[in-house]
Design a binder for this molecule. Structure first.
Ligand code: HEM
Length: 239
């Protein structure tokens, strides 16, 4: 039975991982340069507008990466939107049990989760809404400043700033819950899934039981490579 750390299950395909890290890099650059533009005591760091140039370059990567992914993998894009929008009673159970689980380690009331858990669905939906609003207001301020009525421009600044704060707060929650929280680091953790694509069978079974059941039933568990034959030792043993 596949129950060891070295039996793996594919969680994220290569395109998803490339999109994720393109987003992560551009997001961090956007946050750092955005803070220079947002907080006036730090505006001296934006001297010569280099931070403005980086902010705009990173914004292009942040918008272009999902656009390319959408065209190249429209089926996978639609599947992940559908996944985030599909809620069952287990998701409501997760919302009720999550504080006890994450703060007190009480797993007894946690309902089984699918490929992504309810918290991840929420993060995905927050990103979908906030990312679209940030991109839209950013484009308005960048390309249409000269023709926009002053009130529309002011509203764009306001909405951009509010969603910047929302996404930044949720970003810290995302990194803490997906990488640093002790319960998320059990059985090899989830970080490897965004690097090599896979999680251990133990991790999949304990954190994403519904998804794991489907993967096991359709025989999508990756067995470890057999250990290389120890030629030298075998030759010695035959003597
Ligand atoms: C440098 C910081 C980041 C780290 C270390 C990180 C780490 C991770 C990890 C380990 C996962 C897999 C979690 C799992 O499947 O259990 C993940 C998933 C994901 N990440 Fe990130 N991430 C970062 C930044 C971002 C940013 C900036 C975004 C969006 C702009 C993002 C969006 C997502 C999404 C949508 C998923 C899939 C759903 C989920 O697992 O929440 N991540 N990330």
């Amino acid at each position: 039975m596949a129950n060891q750390l070295n039996h793996r299950v594919l969680k994220y395909r290569v395109g998803t991982r490339v999109l994720h890290w393109a987003h992560a890099v551009s997001f961090v650059a956007l946050v750092v340069t955005g803070i220079f533009l947002y907080l006036s005591p730090l505006s001296f760091l934006a001297i010569d507008s280099w931070s403005r140039v980086i902010h705009r370059g990173a914004a292009i990567l942040f918008m272009l990466a999902p656009a390319i992914y959408l065209v190249a993998s429209w089926r996978a894009s639609w599947a992940s939107v559908k996944e985030a929008l599909t809620w069952t009673t287990d998701d409501l159970g997760w919302v009720a049990a999550a504080p006890g689980y994450y703060f007190l380690g009480d797993e007894s009331r946690m309902p089984p989760q699918d490929h992504i858990n309810t918290g991840q669905k929420l993060w995905y939906l927050i990103l979908l809404v906030s990312g679209t609003l940030l991109a839209l207001t950013g484009v308005l301020m960048w390309w249409l400043k000269a023709v926009l009525p002053a009130a529309v421009f002011q509203w764009s600044v306001f909405v951009h700033d509010i969603y910047f704060i929302v996404v930044l707060s949720m970003f810290f929650v995302h990194v803490y819950l997906s990488v640093l929280h002790p319960l998320m680091r059990q059985h090899g953790g989830a970080f490897g899934s965004m690097v090599g694509g896979t999680v251990s069978v133990d991790y999949a079974r304990t954190h994403h039981a519904k998804w794991y059941r489907r993967m096991a039933e359709s025989e999508q568990v990756i067995e470890p490579e057999p250990a290389p034959a120890r030629v030298g030792v075998a030759a010695m043993e035959n003597k």
